[in-house]
Design a binder for this molecule. Structure first.
Ligand code: NAG
Ligand code: NAG
Ligand code: NAG
Ligand code: NAG
Ligand code: NAG
Ligand code: NAG
Ligand code: NAG
Ligand code: NAG
Ligand code: NAG
Ligand code: CU
Length: 561
């Protein structure tokens, strides 16, 4: 284990985030071929960057245990007070910190009066632990008010992510927080500044916005937050962070927005990008990184500019995001922590767009080859339709709906193979096969496509109609990640491997689109699923949910995710 900077003098350099001190020391089982340090981030005890984490995971024997309470309260992240739903009272909630290979246990209690909940650990592979994926209607029933659910999973990957509610649009009322898994990195840095959330924010609740989205289209959000704070008119305060000249810092960017694509930069500074989602990449340098909803980029920034104050910018991209405070989503980097002046620095130039970083720059450190003759190939067209006055999205021919009170895992446990078309099930019965999906749209809007339970490979991404005779697929060393942009009026071709039994959601990560049915579910290796779940626990969460909904006359009013 490493000692956190939080507990050392500010001048201390070699740091990683320390998991809770109540945990066992993780050093015992590591004979430490090398020591991870500011000058050797590639190393990780007996493992290193070249370890294939899809196959091999350090056996730390350590369990990190967290107790989360999902609460209803009020807060004023930008100075304007409103009702918020949170984990443990803060936006963002507590960060889950673990080392690569640790087991993470999170006990979630629903302390709200009037809503169910469920916590999804975004990007976590959930290797053979599908029913810990936290998706009400797919992997569990919603946790009823007063009830608890314990999630247990292994950190088989390392890097940065977030957890968020996957019930209704609750995540965007504040039920989210960071995940930070310590492990090796593809470039050296002195200090880890932890997760840095970029969110959009409204002064009304997300449910009100979702209703507006379903009747009259995407709402304009009031503001955005940088790591949970920002200004609005004369209220609120900006996110600030201090730099010491000559020191290099790791920032773990997470886009946790409902419907905002950001370009992130720090005036006059260079960003060295070292990972995409949970995948370490060959580092590249840029002035600005384009980050879609649900995506993460870890960047290293060297404090190599003249001492002073500089703007940190999270710029909502107006080609796909509407915001009332668009020019004012700013934080401050200070070389002199006693300074209180506003920076006078100027922004790098950029062109407004909701595209991913160029896929040719996102080269995974670990070389990898996609099978070139997939066993399954499917094409899904995303379309907008009108379902009796409400806006619906379809993926393929279907606008997705699954029932909160009859999750896919329970249906599988009961041996009920009668799937409705609305469940949008893609059955993948055979292990260790390559699956290719083409997702396309003629609609002029970009969508962040997220897959649960897997990293996928981005084979191609472009505008216009996908034509397999002209588009070359990148099957060697192309990007791997868990969210990629489907470009406006364009296509995304992705591949993944059937190495993880379970019911896995694939969906658009725009909050409104997921509730309007832009989703499908993969039923992967169904015959192996029952042996891997605790059916009694799943059923007891459902029984408590049924009791609550019967008493309160709760009727499902969205897609279920
Ligand atoms: C995933 O789980 C399977 C079954 O328990 C196991 O064989 C495999 O090693 C695990 N993979 C990783 C990367 O831990
Ligand atoms: C969250 O709140 C619960 C209940 O009050 C408490 O037991 C737990 O220690 C808190 N967890 C964190 C990580 O702050
Ligand atoms: C949160 O509290 C408000 C005010 O008391 C109440 O109207 C609302 O129903 C509560 N929401 C949830 C999800 O419990
Ligand atoms: C709780 O969730 C439901 C989704 O069924 C939503 O319609 C409702 O407004 C929420 N209730 C409160 C009080 O926030
Ligand atoms: C953002 O806030 C979290 C706590 O919510 C903290 O751990 C993290 O260090 C902050 N990020 C930065 C870059 O300061
Ligand atoms: C920041 O960069 C701008 C040009 O992009 C330059 O004019 C300015 O001098 C730089 N500021 C500092 C403090 O280095
Ligand atoms: C990126 O910037 C870092 C720090 O200045 C430098 O060491 C590295 O060589 C640069 N990488 C590339 C690919 O230019
Ligand atoms: C779940 O519980 C219901 C009753 O609440 C029961 O009918 C059903 O058989 C149970 N399912 C399984 C798989 O145990
Ligand atoms: C089987 O599942 C389908 C789809 O979820 C559902 O409509 C049906 O009621 C279920 N059948 C039984 C016997 O539970
Ligand atoms: Cu997700």
């Amino acid at each position: 284990m490493f000692i956190s900077s939080l507990f050392l003098a500010a001048s201390a350099l070699s740091t990683a985030f320390a998991a809770p001190s109540s945990s066992l020391a993780s050093t015992s089982k590591l004979s430490k071929r090398c020591t991870n340090s500011a000058s050797d981030r590639a190393c990780w005890g007996d493992y290193d960057l070249s370890t294939n984490y899809y196959d091999t995971v350090p056996d730390t024997g350590v369990t990190r245990e967290y107790w989360f309470e999902v609460q209803n309260g009020t807060a004023a992240p930008d100075g304007v007070e409103r009702i918020v739903l949170t984990v443990n009272g803060t936006v963002p909630g507590p960060t889950i910190i673990a080392d690569w290979g640790d087991t993470v246990v999170v006990h979630v209690t629903n302390a709200m009066e009037n809503n169910g909940t469920g916590i999804h650990f975004h990007g976590i592979r959930q290797n053979y632990t599908n029913y810990m994926d936290g998706v009400p209607s797919i992997t569990q029933c919603p946790i009823a008010p007063g009830d608890s659910f314990t999630y247990t999973w292994r950190a088989t990957q390392y890097g940065s992510s977030w957890y968020h509610s996957h019930f209704a649009v609750q995540a965007w009322d504040g039920i989210f927080g960071g995940i930070l898994i310590n492990g090796p990195a593809t470039a050296n840095y002195d200090e880890d500044k932890g997760n840095l959330f970029l969110n959009d924010w409204s002064h009304s609740t997300a449910e009100v916005l979702a209703d507006e989205a379903a009747t009259s289209g995407p709402p304009t959000l009031d503001n955005c937050l940088i790591n949970g704070t920002n200004v609005y008119d004369d209220s609120g305060s900006r996110f600030e962070t201090d730099f010491v000249s000559g020191t290099s810092y790791r920032l773990r960017l997470v886009n946790g927005a409902a419907d905002t694509h950001f370009k992130f930069s720090i005036d006059n500074h260079t960003l060295q990008v070292i990972s995409t989602d949970f995948v370490p990449i060959v580092p590249y340098n840029t002035t600005m990184v384009s980050i879609g909803m649900g995506q993460r980029y870890d960047v290293i920034v060297i404090a190599d500019q003249a001492e002073g104050d500089y703007w940190m910018r999270a710029i909502p991209q107006e080609s796909c995001s509407d915001n009332d405070n668009v020019d004012n989503i700013l934080g401050i980097v200070r070389y002199d922590s006693t300074s209180t002046s506003d920076p006078t620095s100027t922004a790098y130039t950029y062109s407004d767009s909701c595209d991913d970083e160029d896929i040719s720059t996102l080269v995974p450190y670990l070389s990898n080859q996609v099978g070139t003759s997939p066993s399954v190939s499917d094409t899904f067209t995303a379309t907008l339709s009108n379902g009796g006055g409400a806006i619906l999205w379809k993926m393929g021919d279907t606008s997705f709906v699954n029932d909160w009170d009859y999750p896919t895992v329970l249906q599988v446990a009961e041996g009920n193979d009668t799937w409705t078309s609305e469940q949008n099930i893609i059955e993948l019965d055979t292990a260790d096969q390559w699956v290719y999906f083409v997702i396309e749209t003629t609609f002029a809007q970009a969508h962040p496509i997220h897959l649960h339970g897997h990293d996928f490979w981005v084979l191609a991404q472009g505008t216009g109609t996908y034509d397999s005779s002209t588009v070359t697929l990148t099957t060697t060393d192309g990007p791997r990640r868990d969210v990629a942009m489907l470009p406006a009026s364009g296509y995304l071709v992705l591949a993944y491997y059937t190495d993880n039994p379970g019911a896995w959601l694939m969906h658009c990560h725009i909050a409104w689109h997921a509730s309007e049915g832009f989703a499908l579910q993969l039923l992967e290796r169904e015959s192996e699923m029952v042996a891997l779940m605790d059916v009694t626990s799943i059923n007891s969460t459902c029984a408590n949910w049924d009791t609550y909904t019967a008493e309160e006359d709760i009727v499902q009013d969205d897609s279920g995710i």
